[in-house]
Design a protein around this ligand. Structure first.
Ligand code: F6R
Length: 236
């Protein structure tokens, strides 16, 4: 594991964007696994800027997102599809038909999950997976559990996750209680994993996840077994 401690969120974002753009430069037709949430916003802004000035070309890149709330369609401003469109895809020269987010409104959720894993496989797997980490150690929406779940699946969100995400909704009651998430199989089979975390509040969970025992009670801890993991942490 490459554990990089930086001093500011700006530095974290610049380092993460440089790694992702490096991946795209090395393999212009690569598959990027992407995350939503506050952590990658700075990274996405820098990627968009680099694209704007012609430093990097996303025209052949494909993306697969980690997760989506059940019941929110792409026009809902808190859906993860909406987040990705507005925070990244609308600002770079990516072909939107090459961007994938699980469909939280699918009629047959089990079939959607199965199809998502098949899709990742058909794309040749993920070259670089970007992750944030939840206060409870979740990655994607893989919440603390008694076992690691391999496939894309439907999850019931933990209270702490609902609480953390309620800042984006009008009220706590508006936060969906379930979501679809890529499983640990999809994440762990990515060729490279880049996890970013910032803020004093994430310090304990980052320590537990990357320097504590590997346990499904701290889902991110499984990443210690990944052969090509970079973690960038900024306390600020
Ligand atoms: C979102 C996702 C989540 C977030 C995590 C941290 O697609 O996969 O695991 O990365 O909840 O969220 P922030 O960055 O908002 O602290």
């Amino acid at each position: 594991m490459d554990f990089i401690k930086v001093n500011t969120y700006e530095e974290l974002s610049a380092r993460a964007a440089a790694i992702i753009c490096g991946q795209v430069a090395m393999k212009p037709q690569c598959v990027l696994g992407l995350a939503t949430g506050s952590s990658p916003l700075g990274t996405y802004a820098i990627m968009a800027e680099k694209n704007k000035v012609g430093e990097i070309d996303f025209s052949r890149v494909k993306t697969v997102n980690l997760d989506e709330y059940v019941g929110l369609d792409s026009n809902h401003d808190q859906s993860y599809r909406y987040f990705m469109n507005h925070n990244l895809f609308h600002h770079i020269n990516i072909d939107k038909s090459n961007t994938y987010v699980p469909n939280g409104c699918a009629k047959d959720i089990a079939a959607e999950c199965e199809a998502y894993d098949k899709l990742i496989e058909s794309l040749g797997g993920i070259d670089l997976q970007l992750l944030g980490i939840g206060y409870d150690g979740h990655i994607g929406f893989n919440e603390p559990d008694t076992q690691f779940e391999k496939a894309t699946h439907k999850v019931t969100l933990d209270d702490s996750t609902i609480e953390a995400n309620s800042r984006f909704f009008a009220s706590r009651d508006d936060v969906p209680k379930t979501a679809l998430t890529m499983g640990m199989g999809g994440i762990m089979s990515a060729k490279k994993v880049l996890l970013i975390a910032n803020g004093k509040g994430k310090k304990d969970i980052v320590e537990k996840a990357f320097f504590g025992p590997i346990t499904p009670e701290v889902p991110a801890s499984i990443l210690q077994l990944h052969p090509n993991l970079t973690v960038i942490y900024s306390e600020n």
